[in-house]
Every structure is written in C-alpha cells, then in structure tokens.
Design a protein around this ligand. Structure first.
Ligand code: SAM
Length: 244
C-alpha cells in the first residue's frame, strides 16, 4: 500500500481568525501584487491558486474578471474565504485539498502560489525555494500535480518574498500586537506567529518550513516538464511555463 504523506503545518482556527487582520495591516501589499499578477497572466483567464487561504489574492483577481478556483487544506481559512466571496457575490471554486493530493476535474491557464504552499525567498545568495512540504519527494509530487492541472501555454507563478524578518512586529489596532520569531537550522526554518494583547498571548502558531536550493528545484521542475522562464520584470514572481 502506498504511504499517505500529509502536511502537518495546518493553519489552525486561531491563526485563521487573525490572518486578515495581520496580512492587511502591512504584512502584504495585495493591491500591488494583483496588478503584477494580471500583467504576468496576459490574456490567460482561468486561474487556480494553491494555498488560497482566506482569498486575499483570489478575491480581487475574481473581481477583475478572472475565473478563479483555489485549494487549501485548512478548513478555517477556506471558511473565511467562502464568507468573503459570498459577500462580494463572487463564484470562486474552493476545494479542501493539499497540493500533494491536488486532483480537480479541469485544467487552468495559470496556477498561482502566493505566500503559502510553495514560495521563493530572495536570500543573500540568490533565490531559494521554501515549502510547507518537508521532502524533495513530496515537492516533486506537488509540482507534478500542478503541471498536470495546466493547459498548454499555461504558467505556474510562484511568489518571491524577501528573507523572513526575525523582528517583525505590527500594531493591529484595539491593543492587539503581531510579532513573529524565526529560527534557522540547516534547511529548516521554524517560524512562529504571535498575536498578543498587553501580556496575554491570544494566538501562537509555529510552522516548519523546508528550504531547498534553487538548482535542486529547477532540476525537479525541468524533469517534470516545466520550462523555467525566470523572474517577472518586477522581481516579485518566479514564472514557470508549459510549452505546447
Ligand atoms: C500564508 S497563507 C497564504 C494565503 C493566501 N495565498 C494569501 O496570500 O493571503 C498560506 C496558505 O497555504 C496553505 N497551505 C499550506 N500548505 C499547503 C499545501 N501543502 N497545499 C496547499 N495549501 C497549503 C495554508 O493552509 C495557508 O492557507
């Protein structure tokens, strides 16, 4: 029997409840990101976001006329995305799936990963790849799943972020305070997010993120059949293509 490999970095109800407050208080610039994504997409319309979270990227894309679906293994994050999409009257297909087991009935013109499932980090020595999936074997499987969900001439668009800020803090209003701590140990990054009010910790969650060097991932991507198109002109996304 094939061993079932699951991702244990689940976004809990606790972090989901504070997620939008944190990310919309300066953690990400979604407006700017969506404009860049639109220019990368060109005339591609059907987009799948892996790690859609609460829909902060997918919802503005859908508002701009893109046909967007998303997967995420976290029910608390998906529940918030559903509420937000319904409020805006948007039809976004939301599927409770891990990218390791991605299996949808249709193909897409582009697959997007922003801030989550897999990302690139611009480190001191260039780009590295980070994933919530701990092994190269699992990442191979997840990237292969992405490839199989892309149409010919499709794009896989992976967000490039700056190195984790080990001293990040944000004021969230109402006396709420966000901070994070980061520990590095070989290829493992342990990132803990906190929300506090005065001395009280209201939310604390640690994620274990695995770092892979870019060459190892580029080799995997090429073996799968992707062509590496490189960074977009703003340096915000790493773009992989499927050649017809
Ligand atoms: C930092 S959030 C990003 C959410 C959204 N993309 C955004 O930009 O606001 C990361 C998301 O990735 C999801 N995630 C983590 N591991 C995943 C996996 N293996 N497959 C799909 N999604 C995953 C988490 O549940 C979480 O919702």
């Amino acid at each position: 029997m094939q061993r079932k490999i699951l991702n244990s970095n689940q976004y809990s109800r606790g972090i989901a409840e504070f997620y939008d407050l944190i990310t919309n208080s300066g953690y990400y610039d979604y407006e700017g990101l969506v404009q860049i994504i639109e220019s990368i997409l060109g005339d591609r319309r059907k987009v799948l976001e892996i790690g859609i979270g609460t829909g902060n990227v997918a919802i503005p894309l859908a508002k701009h006329g893109f046909d967007v679906d998303g997967i995420d293994p976290s029910w608390p994050m998906l529940t918030i995305a559903r509420e937000k999409a319904n409020k805006e009257g948007l039809q976004i297909g939301l599927y409770p799936q891990d990218c390791l087991e991605l299996d949808l009935p249709c193909k897409y013109d582009a697959v997007l990963s922003h801030g989550g499932a897999v990302i690139c980090i611009r480190g001191r020595d260039g780009l590295v790849f980070e994933s919530y999936l701990p092994t190269l074997e699992q990442n191979y499987k997840a990237l292969q799943n992405v490839f199989h969900h892309l149409n010919g001439n499709g794009l896989f668009i992976v967000n490039i972020q700056k190195e984790h800020d080990s001293q990040a803090t944000l004021q969230l209003g109402d006396n709420l305070h966000y901070s994070s701590s980061v520990e590095y140990s070989n290829s493992l990054v342990k990132k803990t997010h906190y929300v506090t009010r005065e001395e009280e910790i209201l939310m604390e969650q640690t994620f274990e993120i695995r770092r892979f060097d870019r060459k190892a991932i580029d080799d995997v991507l090429k073996q799968i059949g992707f062509s590496v198109l490189g960074e977009d002109e703003t340096g915000s996304f790493y773009v992989l293509g499927v050649i017809d």
